[in-house]
Design a protein around this ligand. Structure first.
Ligand code: RP5
Length: 164
């Protein structure tokens, strides 16, 4: 199976990416994680993107906060699918990173998930890899069924508490 590349702009983004890694682990998807910044280490970020395909990656998740150019900078240097996670910073509630990540010009797409959307970034990466991997597609299906069952259990508990 192709690997998922995970790149974050700073170690301060790591709590969000831990959710990404936990979700990929549950699905037995191999990944590799790095701290590369579009601003502080632009050469390393570029080199990672340029060589990602030949290095066995199938999709890249890029997470950054504030003026979040990382996902766009990665996408500019590869035709692999790039998923952007806007990270909530100390001010502006993550709207700065959301707009910086999502508002890409035509020609260089970034599939942007919610602010701090570490779990959905992993699931979207999994769904991309599952296009050509039926075992993985089955695991994703099972995960959704389990999630639905948990939600129905919560509804049952609520009925007992408030409607009986
Ligand atoms: C961004 O700046 C990083 O992705 C991080 O979200 C934000 C702040 O970085 P630190 O100052 O915490 O290293 O590049």
């Amino acid at each position: 199976m192709k690997k998922v590349g995970i790149v974050m702009g700073s170690d301060s983004d790591l709590p969000i990416l831990r959710k990404t890694m936990d979700t990929l682990k549950k699905l037995d998807i191999p990944y590799e994680c790095h701290i590369y910044s579009a601003h502080r280490t632009p050469e390393q970020a570029r080199a990672f993107a340029v060589h990602a395909r030949e290095n066995g990656f199938g999709v890249i998740i890029a997470a950054a906060g504030m003026a979040a150019h990382l996902a766009g900078a990665i996408a500019a240097n590869t035709t692999l699918p790039v998923i952007g996670i806007p990270c909530k910073g100390a001010s502006l509630d993550g709207m700065d990173a959301l707009l910086s990540t999502v508002m890409m010009p035509s020609g260089i797409p970034v599939a942007t998930v919610a602010i701090n959307g570490g779990v959905n970034a992993a699931l979207l990466a999994a769904q991309i890899l599952a296009v050509t991997d039926q075992d993985l597609a089955n695991k994703l299906h099972d995960m959704r069924m389990a999630d639905a069952a948990r939600t129905l259990e919560k509804d049952n508990a609520l009925q007992t508490e408030v409607n009986s």
